[in-house]
Design a protein around this ligand. Structure first.
Ligand SMILES: [Zn+2]
Length: 308
């Protein structure tokens, strides 16, 4: 057993090969857990059914070990909070969804992507080159998610679905995007251990966000807070592309009665054109760097351009 109560995590999604930016972030997560005498948890975030591949999960374990990163709990090691693979933890996410629903935080949204684009008056580029690299192409964009126009906001919390069970009796999310109703105008502030004070305004910087997708999959936001709470994570080290998601997750933690962990967001590595790295940057994948004989030391110590 580890002496310290620090619990960190590595949470790759198996939708491509890890790149130099991931290496930096995961290395920082490992260092911080090690320096704290804490425990590091490996959690595979494979909820996207269309893009997750076991090939990439195996490659992630292998590449991270090659870098010298070690973890104490995970899919390959087991541990007290198994399973450590998100696709096997659906019941935990369903519990969180039900809790949010019963407390009146959620509404079903039946807007199509086209409806949203029309309501917003502009085409929404969810996969633009400037989109957050690690999430580019995901069905559910994260920090670039446009502000929800509020079309379905008053569904369910005031009126029962007809015909059938009232919202409070629903047991399973059904064929809709379930959104979390954000408290418009509320300022959400937190102190980032790396980037300092952060401030976002609900309804201005982000709108009502999806917690359960119409294709039957919990959103990143919901799965992340449910798992971090269930696994007793005390500090989250991740990329700065998720700063705004942290504000959303603070609202979810409060709604679910979970304690907030601390956050350490790492600046994002960018390419020579100033664009965030994405899994499509094959030349900077750990795989191809390894094959070219580049050492972990070189990858971790190289001067690389970062955002901001
Ligand atoms: Zn809607």
């Amino acid at each position: 057993m580890r002496a310290s109560g620090y619990r960190g995590r590595l949470a790759p999604s198996p939708t491509g090969y890890l790149h130099v930016g991931h290496a930096r972030t995961f290395w920082t997560a490992w260092q911080r857990a090690r320096d704290a005498g804490g425990t590091l948890v490996m959690r595979m975030e494979d909820l996207d059914p269309d893009r997750s591949r076991s090939l990439y999960a195996d490659a992630a374990y292998d590449d991270l070990r090659w870098l010298g990163i070690r973890w104490q709990e995970g899919p390959d090691k087991g541990g007290p909070f198994a399973p450590y693979v998100q696709s096997k933890r659906r019941s935990i996410y369903l519990d969180a969804w039900r809790k949010l629903l019963r407390k009146g935080f959620l509404f079903p949204c039946r807007c199509s992507r086209k409806d949203l684009e029309a309501a917003l008056g502009a085409p929404h580029e969810s996969t633009s080159p400037g989109a957050p690299g690690q999430q580019a192409g995901k069905l559910e964009p994260l920090d670039d998610e446009p502000i929800y126009p509020g079309t379905c906001r008053h569904n369910l919390s005031h009126a029962p679905l007809l015909p059938g069970p009232t919202g409070a009796e629903l047991d399973e999310p059904e064929s809709a995007n379930w959104r979390f109703r954000v408290p418009d105008g509320e300022v959400i502030e937190f102190e980032d251990l790396n980037l300092g004070p952060q401030r976002f305004v609900a309804g201005v910087d982000f709108g009502d966000f999806v917690v359960w997708r119409r294709d039957g999959v919990p959103s990143y936001q919901l799965a992340c807070v449910a798992d971090d709470a269930a696994m007793g994570i005390t500090e989250i080290v991740r990329g700065a592309d998720l700063l705004k998601s942290t504000a959303r997750q603070i609202l979810l933690n409060r709604a679910l009665g979970f304690d907030n962990p601390r956050w350490f967001h790492c600046r994002l590595v960018v390419d020579h054109n100033g664009r965030r790295l994405a899994k499509r940057h094959d030349a900077l994948s750990l795989r191809s760097l390894r094959q070219r004989g580049i050492t972990p030391m070189k990858i971790l110590s190289a001067e690389l351009p970062v955002e901001g």
